[in-house]
Design a protein around this ligand. Structure first.
Ligand code: PHE
Length: 450
């Protein structure tokens, strides 16, 4: 009864799809605003340490589990530890993907609407970009309609399957994004007063560090690298026998980190040059960038193009979120790909609606410490609890149940430019579980005490 499982069409297929999953709103929307609300450069520093100490080894581990079992997250844990409750770790991942996509699609919808707002000058020269942003998110229908449009696009691609759907899309617009960001950096850093922004982004102020800073750095690392919920188990499951993991994961981590840092070099110089508030929160990118475009020659063109690319980057991340959940229904429940994509699309759309209405009719709901609105609250549970917990369980499972040596062998198989050494065992057995546990407890206690 073995079904033929789809494979990536080329060696680059996995890297591009994985980088497509990793690079998204996490880099361009979430990274700058979390840096801004966590004291700037010192957060960047902690985040980079977390990316290299936890992010890379976790990406290798998840991919190895996927490649070895050729299965979705639930099936993967079950295959390696039959008749045990470990499959629940996979189920947590599927659930988390579901939650993240519900509000991710709302923010991606903002990007879609900004394509047209920029093109038609609703945001642009002479417009207060902060007012424009608040005006958009506090309206009831437009953000929900854009959220629906974005879910529809995501469902369409997933229904088409991994090679035709995912791979084709990811390959197209990648380099264009990088070039555009570099142009934006040039504009931003040459604005008068930009220096203060560069200092904020690069000169750490250690008095700003708390337990919450560490928890937010871990959350951001998991989120931006798409870790802790089975994306890399699922994408790894489409790897061919002789594909190499250690090198591919290195490329993905490198690209993701680069794009986030570049986004910071656009946003912070501009924030300070324009007298905006770096700790403005979720609107930071949407308020700052249109103000930069307004200062650029051909700003409408660059601005429109930028938001198209942002929406595409979000789409290649969203399809990975949906793919995890869909792969589970397809593998475990025998659903067809089309049915899984369509049913999930509707349900996730509905679950996401409150996070949009949290800025308008449901703006009264908030959890002290956790968030100021419902979208924040979804985001906090997903990224500060579920992803790190998923990562912790995966590391412990791979380190002790499946075996660190097996992870290492699987990761180094094939010809890669980077090999993982015996240190991997130390990381996944001890350093990562302990670090996540300490940071979670410390950060959560502080969140609710403060
Ligand atoms: N990494 C994606 C981004 O940065 C978001 C994501 C998180 C995707 C978790 C998949 C899984 O936008």
């Amino acid at each position: 009864m073995l079904k033929q499982r789809e494979n990536w069409a080329s060696k680059l297929g996995f890297i591009l799809a994985a980088a497509g999953s990793a690079v998204g709103l996490g880099n361009i929307w979430r990274f700058p605003y979390v840096v801004g609300t966590n004291g700037g450069a010192v957060f960047v520093l902690i985040y980079l340490v977390v990316v290299f100490l936890i992010g890379y080894p976790m990406m290798v581990t998840e991919s190895a589990i996927g490649k070895h079992t050729r299965s979705n997250p639930v099936g993967a844990f079950r295959a390696l530890a039959p008749n045990s409750p470990w499959w629940l770790a996979g189920a947590l991942g599927v659930f988390t993907g579901f939650v993240i996509l519900s509000y991710y699609s709302v923010v991606a919808g903002w990007s879609l609407s900004y394509i047209f707002k920029t093109l038609f000058g609703t945001v642009g020269p002479g417009v207060d970009t902060a007012d424009a942003f608040v005006g958009h998110i506090t309206s009831v229908w437009p953000p929900i309609i854009w959220h629906a449009v974005f879910m529809l696009l995501t469902v369409g691609i997933i229904a088409a399957g991994i090679v035709k759907g995912i791979q084709r899309w990811v390959q197209i617009l990648w380099p264009v994004m990088a070039v555009l960001i570099v142009l934006l950096i040039i504009r931003a850093v040459t604005l008068p007063g930009a220096g203060a922004g560069i200092a904020f982004f690069l000169a750490p102020d250690f008095s700003q560090v708390t337990g919450v800073t560490f928890l937010n750095a871990v959350s951001q690392a998991f989120f931006t690298l798409s870790l802790g919920m089975g994306v890399f188990i699922t994408y790894g499951s489409y790897l061919k026998e002789d594909d190499n993991i250690s090198g591919s994961a290195g490329s993905v981590v490198g690209m993701d980190t680069l794009i986030a840092l570049l986004a910071g070099f656009v946003v912070f110089p501009a924030v300070f040059a324009m007298g905006l508030d770096p700790s403005a929160g979720a609107g930071l990118t949407f308020i700052t960038l249109p103000a930069v475009f307004a200062e650029m020659p051909a700003g409408v063109l660059f601005g429109t193009l930028f938001f198209i690319l942002l929406a595409v980057a979000a789409l290649t991340s969203a399809i990975s979120l949906l793919e995890v959940v869909a792969a589970w229904l397809i593998d475990e429940k025998g659903w067809t790909r089309g049915k899984a994509a369509a049913v999930l699309g509707v349900v996730i759309f509905v679950v996401g609606i409150p996070s949009s209405l949290g800025f308008s009719v449901w703006s009264g709901f908030s959890m002290p410490g956790v968030g100021t609105d419902l979208l924040d609250t979804y985001d906090w549970f997903a990224n500060s609890i579920f992803l790190p917990l998923g990562g912790l369980l995966t590391a412990v499972f791979a380190g002790y149940v499946w075996g660190a040596k097996k992870v290492q062998d699987e990761a180094n198989f094939g010809s890669g430019n980077l090999k993982v050494g015996n240190w991997l065992a130390v990381m996944i057995r001890i350093v990562i579980p302990v670090a996540i546990l300490v940071v979670m407890i410390w950060g959560i206690v502080e969140t609710f005490a403060g």
